[in-house]
Design a protein around this ligand. Structure first.
Ligand SMILES: Nc1ncnc2c1ncn2[C@@H]1O[C@H](COP(=O)(O)OP(=O)(O)OP(=O)(O)O)[C@@H](O)[C@H]1O
Length: 506
């Protein structure tokens, strides 16, 4: 062993450096001790599981991760959480033998259970009660459960628990990261949020989590990957980038999770997802796909990547929670801005306004600021630091009104969003469900307002069914609009009679 007078090991790449050290440099031993001292000051915490032992820092944990998790624990506020409304929801599960009542019912490491308590989770939510035991049984799972019902924990908790129970894998000898698990999400902001959740579940366990997404400096992300990461949260494009550059290798990956799976499998993302899933070669891999909406074409595609999977649906698939009051206003396009300005006078709390185009987001932001509102906007043309700042200011209430395109429609969990406004109606009912799901989360109440105009036609039929199903009040004018749309859409056979199929569908 090459070492110093004190017998301490010096890695080869440091030896030349030390040989050239100037006389004013402190002696090697004190330099090393200083390093240890600093490390002990900032991260004197050792991992509480066998995952720490293989750590290059002799089991000491990454101080930044610890500090971030501690900060996140402090921000946890679960007062007012009321899952009663979820309790009598119909549960559809393809195999009925899986359910649990408490987090401690399953074989979970004490550190993980302590983390769950620190997060303020007293009992599992309905989706967690069914999904967690399925995943402990090492089955593939397709989950469809309402927005804000706790799907993130339903896959993170069992993944971390199984990793802790199995212990770290044998050293692979390769360069870069060989993650045991990954979570893919469609937007950068959602990846950041899932990473923060994962940091809390992994607190003090020694399991290293990282997030990689587009728009951020790839060098910082790359350095982190080089040091070795156990769970990667990622947007698909950036992950593929790192796979191609040899920074990530998925040959050991066992836990494959697609959040917002229907979005990930639609035309925009499907080729990237295929590339990623096909580079996972571990025969023991387990796949989870989840979303609040899972239309049949997406399910048909999802099954291509799953084996012997369980299907779990809580509440009516693709529907919204009854905690959201949905209100419609008939407003013609030129009047929408003024109408919005007036509506905003009476709304409290955080208000999220959805528009269809980036340009509209900018225009509307300017208009509302001009009218004295504290407002910002978020969309795909803003650079990433700007996007993150805008979201931080919104969450903190500094700018309580946020105009957004669909980049903010899925997954974002922002407490106190009391109102969602569809300034422009979305193109599909799935987008509508995700958008309004930014309010009324974890059993809280929320209000969703939609401006309906001539341009809303493509969604009228599905919206009508959804509103009926969720027992919302339907204004007469909307009923008429629906009837008209149905009649216009009816097709006729050569004798001028409507097709039977259309009659049934309508
Ligand atoms: N068991 C629990 N007890 C209390 N709060 C919980 C529990 N599980 C999750 N939560 C909280 O519920 C909120 C919503 O959870 P989450 O974001 O996972 O919902 P989701 O189902 O993924 O929603 P979406 O479909 O919109 O992505 C989060 O703030 C989370 O911390």
């Amino acid at each position: 062993m090459d070492g110093t007078k004190t017998g301490k090991y010096i890695p080869p790449h440091k030896r030349a450096q030390l040989a050239n050290a100037s006389p004013s440099d402190p002696p090697v031993a004190s330099k090393f001790e200083k390093f240890l001292q600093n490390r002990n000051d900032s991260a004197s915490v050792k991992a509480e599981s066998s995952w720490g032992r293989r750590d290059r820092r002799n089991g000491f944990l990454d101080s930044e991760d610890l500090q971030q998790a501690e900060l996140l624990f402090q921000q946890e506020k679960h007062e007012g959480v009321d899952f009663e409304s979820y309790e009598d929801m119909p549960v559809e599960i393809s195999e009925s033998s899986f359910s649990m009542t408490n987090f401690s019912d399953c074989e979970a490491h004490p550190t993980l259970l302590a983390n769950v308590r620190k997060m303020g989770y007293e009992n599992p939510t309905p989706v967690q009660k069914y999904a967690i035991p399925c995943l402990f049984a090492r089955r593939d799972l397709m989950v469809c459960a309402q927005t804000g019902s706790g799907k993130t924990a339903s896959y993170l908790f069992p993944m971390v628990a199984k990793m802790l129970n199995d212990g770290p894998p044998a050293p692979h000898g390769g360069r870069g990261s060989y993650p045991l698990g990954f979570v893919l999400a469609p937007t950068r902001e959602l990846s950041i949020q899932i990473h923060e959740e994962a940091l809390k579940f992994c607190y003090k366990t020694g399991i290293k989590v990282a997030v990689v997404y587009g728009g951020a400096d790839p060098r910082t992300q790359s350095k982190e990957l080089e040091r070795g990461v156990d769970i990667i949260v990622a947007t698909p494009g950036r992950l593929i980038d790192f796979i191609n550059r040899g920074k990530v290798n998925l040959s050991l990956t066992k836990y494959l999770i697609l959040d917002e799976a229907d979005r990930m499998l639609d035309m925009g993302f499907e080729p990237q997802i295929r590339t990623i899933l096909e580079s996972t070669t571990n025969p023991g891999k387990e796949t989870v796909m989840c979303s609040a909406t899972f239309p049949q074409p997406a399910q048909d595609l999802a099954v291509q990547f799953m084996k012997n999977y369980i299907f779990l649906s809580i509440g009516k698939a693709g529907s919204t929670t009854v905690n959201i009051i949905q209100t419609l206003y008939k407003v013609e396009e030129p009047d929408k801005k003024l109408f919005l300005h007036e509506k905003l006078q009476n709304l409290q709390g955080l208000v999220l306004i959805f528009v269809e185009m980036k340009r509209t987001a900018d225009n509307l932001e300017d208009y509302l600021i001009g009218r004295g509102h504290r407002c910002a906007s978020i969309h795909g043309d803003k650079d990433q630091p700007q996007r993150e700042k805008v979201l931080r200011d919104f969450k903190s209430g500094k700018t309580p009104i946020l105009v957004a395109t669909d980049v903010a429609a899925r997954g974002l969990d922002i407490p106190n969003v009391t109102n969602v406004i569809n300034f422009d109606t979305p193109n599909s009912i799935e987008d509508y469900v995700h958008r309004i799901g930014r309010t009324g989360r974890v059993g809280k109440e929320g209000l969703a307002i939609s401006f309906i105009s001539e341009k809303s036609k493509p969604i009228i039929k599905d919206l009508y069914s959804l509103l009926l199903e969720t027992k919302q009040d339907l204004p007469d004018w909307f009923d008429e609009m629906y009837q008209k749309t149905v009649i216009t859409n009816r097709r006729f056979d050569y004798r001028g009679r409507p097709y039977r199929n259309n009659w049934n569908r309508n």
